[in-house]
Design a protein around this ligand. Structure first.
Ligand code: SF4
Ligand code: SF4
Length: 236
């Protein structure tokens, strides 16, 4: 395990921790500001559906797409509001306006989950807990295991969809390291995984069978990932 900052601790799935976040904590919604909140394709599906927006309109209104020079692939961040506090666009005095569909990072906090593939393609899960000083949830009187927390926060669909990206984004322990995407591949990456309507329309135009109903966007995402893997064999 690499060096971890002092407020970060590795956890097992059955490790207990004391934590409770609720509207009565003095720091309520303090953590919904000044965030670098990266969104996965499934986060975008859930948020845009909750807001009744197309992927295109969601990305236009609420996202920043960045391809930092040290990154291997582009990232989509939730754009914070310019209100002097860099607030999340979905926070208000009563809490999170998209609570039922909030991103995975908001659900699992203060627990983080990392996944990699071993040489047989099997998933290896690792967990950490982040004890930030401003977070008063650790002083509350509720204890749960990491596993129970994941279940309570309903991360199952998020984890399942996010893990589909593993073969694209993270090589197994025994694969050669990935290289930074070319700009052409990076554009294809965003257009395909973060704009499923565009992906589907391109499939229709090219008579490609994407094998998923437009109403089943998680299944459409799976098709988009498979398609992108095939394209990456041919696009430089
Ligand atoms: S800082 Fe911690 S306890 Fe406070 S609202 Fe955020 S997660 Fe909850
Ligand atoms: S999406 Fe909801 S929980 Fe997440 S940062 Fe915004 S307001 Fe907070």
């Amino acid at each position: 395990m690499a060096y971890l900052p002092k407020q970060v601790e590795t956890m097992a799935a059955d490790s207990p921790f004391r934590f409770h976040c609720h509207p009565g904590v003095p720091c309520f919604t303090a953590c919904c500001r000044e965030l670098e909140l990266a969104l996965s394709p499934y986060d975008v599906i859930r948020l845009k559906q909750a807001l009744g927006l197309s992927s295109h309109d969601f990305l236009e209104r609420y996202a920043i797409i960045e391809f930092a020079k040290d990154d291997l692939y582009p990232k989509v961040y939730l754009a914070m509001v310019d209100d002097g506090r860099a607030s999340c666009p979905f926070v208000d005095a009563s809490g999170c306006r998209v609570y039922h569909d909030r991103p995975a990072a908001c659900r699992t906090y203060p627990v983080g989950r990392g996944v990699s593939l071993d040489k047989h393609g099997a998933k290896k899960e690792q967990f950490i807990i982040i004890r930030e000083e401003h977070c008063r949830g650790f002083a509350e009187n509720q204890t749960q295991t990491v596993h129970d927390w994941q279940s309570d926060q309903q991360t199952c669909d998020y984890n399942r969809c996010n893990d589909l990206l593993l073969p694209l984004l993270h090589p197994s322990d025994h694969s050669p390291p990935r290289q930074r995407l070319s700009s052409e591949k990076a554009t294809l990456f965003i257009d395909t995984l973060y704009n499923l309507e565009l992906f589907q329309s391109r499939c229709s135009q090219n008579s490609t069978n994407c094998a998923a109903s437009p109403d089943d966007e998680p299944a459409l995402l799976r098709s988009a990932i498979d398609w992108l893997q095939q394209q990456w064999q041919t696009v430089r």
